[in-house]
Design a protein around this ligand. Structure first.
Ligand code: PGA
Length: 253
């Protein structure tokens, strides 16, 4: 049985004051929740604040990106060891915004994946198709390629501590969500692809859904057999909404 996982992706939002308020509310409201793993991913600059404020809770924190390099002349970048020092235990990789706006490609994402695994930080590999790719019937092949490149570069064993996040690009921040059936079909296909390399890893790995998840659609999505939780963007900035998503998830597992 895979313990459900809910990850909040704050993106480039927040401030010292807003973060404090948000973390206070969610940590107080979720204190009794036992059955699910909860993670928040703030902008890296706030990692020390988040670490400190969550230190007495079970809520974990992660980063939204990391460099593939260890140290050196990479202006503006942050390494896995720096994230590790600040207690980060997850890192989002290959988010569609990073692929589209910062031109990250599968090979570079695989290098970041490898750096994260070596530093004992769990990579959350984000994959997903655009609307036109879906309309052309390319959803499965696009995602299979995004995953295959990483497997071929880092080896399937590295997926033992990874998470895959299926995030259809057309559903991110748009208010439009994949139906539970649409999402389940993709999740099952991803698990099937991983099983071709290693059945145990495929059965154990968390495959979470992201794309306009909110308190009203979370349960129906996460009830699907191969959906093990969610990557929540906009709704993770609203404490009421985020708490309700976590509570709704806790009820079904
Ligand atoms: P959204 O973002 O929930 O606002 O659609 C999800 C994500 O980008 O991770």
């Amino acid at each position: 049985m895979r313990q459900p996982l809910i990850i909040g992706n704050w993106k480039m939002n927040g401030s010292l004051t807003e973060n404090e308020k948000l973390l206070n509310t969610i940590s107080t409201s979720l204190i009794t929740i036992e059955g699910i793993e909860i993670v928040v991913c703030p902008p890296s600059l706030y990692m020390a604040q988040v670490k400190q404020q969550l230190s007495k809770t079970k809520i974990k924190h992660g980063a939204q990106n990391v460099s593939e390099f260890q140290s050196g002349a990479y202006t503006g970048e942050i390494s896995t060891s720096m994230l590790g020092e600040l207690g980060c235990c997850f890192v989002l990789l290959g988010h569609s915004e990073r692929r589209a706006l910062y031109h990250e490609n599968d090979a570079q994402i695989a290098d970041k994946f490898s750096a994260a695994v070596k530093a004992n930080i769990r990579p959350v590999l984000c994959v997903g198709e655009t609307l036109s790719q879906r309309q052309c019937g390319e959803t499965f092949s696009v995602i299979a390629k995004q995953i295959k490149t990483v497997i071929e570069q880092v080896g399937i064993e590295a997926f033992a501590q990874a998470v895959v996040a299926y995030e259809p690009v057309w559903a991110i921040g748009t208010g439009e969500t994949a139906t539970p059936e649409q999402a389940q079909a993709v999740h099952a296909n991803i698990r099937h692809q991983l099983a071709e390399y290693d059945v145990n890893i495929a059965n154990r790995i968390h495959i979470i859904y992201g794309g306009s998840v909110n308190a009203s659609n979370a349960q129906a999505l996460f009830m699907q057999q191969d959906i093990d939780g969610g990557l929540v963007g906009g709704a993770s900035l609203n404490s009421d909404e985020f708490v309700k998503i976590c509570q709704a998830t806790n009820e079904i597992f």
